[in-house]
Design a protein around this ligand. Sequence first.
Ligand SMILES: C[S@@+](CC[C@H](N)C(=O)[O-])C[C@H]1O[C@@H](n2cnc3c(N)ncnc32)[C@H](O)[C@@H]1O
Length: 425
Amino acid sequence: MDNASKALKEVEENGEGLKNAIHSLKHPNIKALTALVSEALKHSQQLDVVMKKSKILKNEIGLSKQTYLAKILITELLWGKKRLGGESKPVVTVVSYQDKFEKALAKLESKNNQTSTGGSTDTPAFKKPRYVRINTLKIGFSDAISYLLDEGWNQVVDTNYNDLEQHDFIVDDFVENLLVFAAALSFMIILFIEMDLLYYKTNCLAALALKPRMGRQIIDACAAPGMKTSLLAALTNGENPIIAVEKSTRRFETLNTILADLGVSSVTTLNQNFTDINPEDYKDVEYILVDPSCSGMFGRLEIQLQSHEKDAERIQRLSFYQQKLLRHAMKFPSVKRIVYSTCSINAEENEDVIASALEWINTPDQSRDDMGLSGVNWSFKLKRALPDWTHRLNNEHYSWADMCVKADESDFTDGFFVSVLERVK
Ligand SMILES: C[S@@+](CC[C@H](N)C(=O)[O-])C[C@H]1O[C@@H](n2cnc3c(N)ncnc32)[C@H](O)[C@@H]1O
């Protein structure tokens, strides 16, 4: 159970791929471990609801420090073996809440059924589709579709993403080479497909917004686990040199493994802090993607909302750090376009970061040296990100907010933010 909770934490909190999270544990029974963690991921939204409704983490101080262990134990109890062995404190505690979990689950399921049969409810059904990007560096789009059809999958058209059946898939209407599968699809099934499993469509949008000219150099400033780096490599057909920077040594290893698995060869990886890189050493870099760590917990809206209430201080710290990264990107001597993205919907981590960076880069001449801008005699302006993306969320504090893409569950994805900054001389 401890190993399963470690793997779950890696996936949910750090955005690690399931396969890598499991393999790095070097556990003798990979199959059983994968099955259990997959089950927890599959039921992640129900887990959040039953844990919240039963108040288990609020009442049980010991368990509140072991959220991922609680999730694994509850998964085993509700959807796995339906019993827990042993007499350890966490096991006994979780078992004592079984009735409460089952009641909360029954209530949730009945609400979801009402929604899907047209009944009225004040809680939306938890149905988020699964996205799979076809890695065109390894397999052509039509070959991938033929492969899926041969394997018994059913391609549908003009179907609402919420109405996809277990074996249906549909081609995404916005992102090229992206397939959408039913929300209920188990992670296990997708892992058998030689394609790039995306948890959220978000992973594509920031890379799409960068739109580099062919052959020009790109930096991915916060690269691991490499979802956006690999998409950038595919979008540019391997013709743009990409420098993928990752600060964490452990995640740097994951980045290298994933890029190798996906057949990406146009990327140089650097295990470094992006803000320690001297922009003058990268005079040819024209495009930079800044996709920093954020409070988004892998884009899960319900967690973001809770953490927003609880964790204002942490968000302020993140916001400060995100500003530092974005400002550093603005200093590269040839940079033409920067995409700043997060999987958070908090203004502090998005619009506030942009506003502050723009104010800084527009510092009047007489104060530029004092503001750390010596030698930086250019500025930036916001550009409309992904012009064809229609649904945007407004922010009453910033008139320009709809230049950025900020979307939520109504876009069949979790919270995310993408902005594009272009250099002005
Ligand atoms: C949100 S994740 C990036 C996800 C990635 N862009 C993708 O699409 O797969 C943020 C990553 O940035 C890394 N990071 C945070 N601060 C950094 C810094 N100063 N320099 C380089 N990497 C950093 C974190 O370790 C983490 O791996």
